[in-house]
Design a protein around this ligand. Sequence first.
Ligand code: FAD
Ligand code: HEM
Length: 399
Amino acid sequence: MLSEAARPYIDASVPVLREHGVAITQHFYAAMFAAHPELKNIFNMGNQASGVQQQSLAAAVFAYAANYRNPDALAPVVERIVHKHASLGITAEHYPIVGKHLLDAIQAVLGDAATPDLLAAWGEAYGALANVLIEAEKKLYAKAGVTPGELQTLVVREVRDESDNVKSFYLQTQDGKSPGTFQPGQYISVAGTVGELRQLRQYSLSDSPEQAWWRISVKRESEQNPVGQISNWLHDHIKAGDTLQASAAFGDFKPAIDGEAPIVLLSAGVGITPMISVLNTLASRNPNRRVLFAHAARHGGHHPLRSDVRQARARLKALTEIQFYETPKASDEVGVDYQHTGRMALDKLALDQLPDASIYLCGPSGFMQQQWKSLVGAGIAPSRIHREVFGPDLLDHIL
Ligand SMILES: Cc1cc2nc3c(=O)[nH]c(=O)nc-3n(C[C@H](O)[C@H](O)[C@H](O)COP(=O)(O)OP(=O)(O)OC[C@H]3O[C@@H](n4cnc5c(N)ncnc54)[C@H](O)[C@@H]3O)c2cc1C
Ligand code: HEM
């Protein structure tokens, strides 16, 4: 909770910081990496270069400042951040470094407007948020039974092509076991090497936790310039028999497997991965559950993990599957491979027939924003909608 003395400064500066937010975080990262180049091994330098993470940190700080009277509004955001931080091995010792450079950046960008009282108020706000995150991260590390930053060496048992641009990697411990328990929807951080740097990326576990392996299914990011570093490294260099370094499983996107209420899974592109983990787990643990699974893909060549859905379908007695292809190929068969041409549209899902269902979304940010808007616009309470974003969450749905 913020002190009475700090509140007016925070209230007055939130709009100013929003305006200068990106400049502040750009300044912050440049100064922090200059002073602590070792942190480049923890941060995603692809996000740094493209600027997305910079907006994300700014958004989190503003969201906190704007919501200090109503901390509950931030609970889901905090959950997402702490799981991400835990998968990256962030420790309490990192926080003063970030705090110092963030305050320095606020001072540099605001100039004379950054009075000592205003900086003290932001120091207090940062400290309060940092404490919340540090405590929650400690609990996550303890629950996972790992020391912060610890990675395990896993053996790649098999690499399988799933579509034109997705490969699955089956990972086990050296003695052929599952690397650990997880809940469907959770992810791991995988380490790769880019030049001198170690880089970590998150990959959702795409199979059921009951299997004797972890499986990740990775899309090769090759359509944009520059191409994605770790996804291409995994596709080009990692083969059966190699080893990979990976974190324990973390993530707050955990669709409920048990229970009777219907469940709706909506995904696009490689956002299908956590949904397949959920489907495979439901198929063995709760096969009578009513499930609506809708997925959007460009066409059949970009539609991974279809054999998993076929196998799950054989066991899930009340599964409805609706497939959208944006631009089907001549070889794609309507009614067999897909039901609808175009992007996913809510009016094709008949969600009004599932009024008590929880809805889970995963896909690229454009898909997420569109579906979120349509769902809320259709009168669905935001508390029923849960999301996983495959990149830094820009938090624009709550700001
Ligand atoms: C919780 C979570 C779960 C995920 N699950 C999966 C999954 O199951 N499967 C999956 O395939 N992915 C998943 N992802 C995404 C994954 O973590 C990576 O982001 C993805 O593989 C791309 O990583 P990369 O290293 O290949 O690309 P990066 O090198 O990080 O590049 C990413 C993007 O940034 C752009 N970029 C890089 N450098 C620059 C620059 N200098 N200027 C401008 N733009 C630049 C690139 O063009 C590219 O589009 C998940 C992400 C999260 C957060
Ligand atoms: C109060 C302090 C902090 C806040 C508010 C904060 C906020 C955030 C947010 C919002 C994200 C994006 C989460 C998502 O994926 O949606 C994030 C990710 C991340 N944070 Fe923090 N963070 C804080 C402290 C730290 C510290 C101390 C470190 C370590 C030096 C750190 C390192 C990272 C890294 C490496 C990522 C992953 C994203 C990337 O690499 O691009 N953060 N943080």
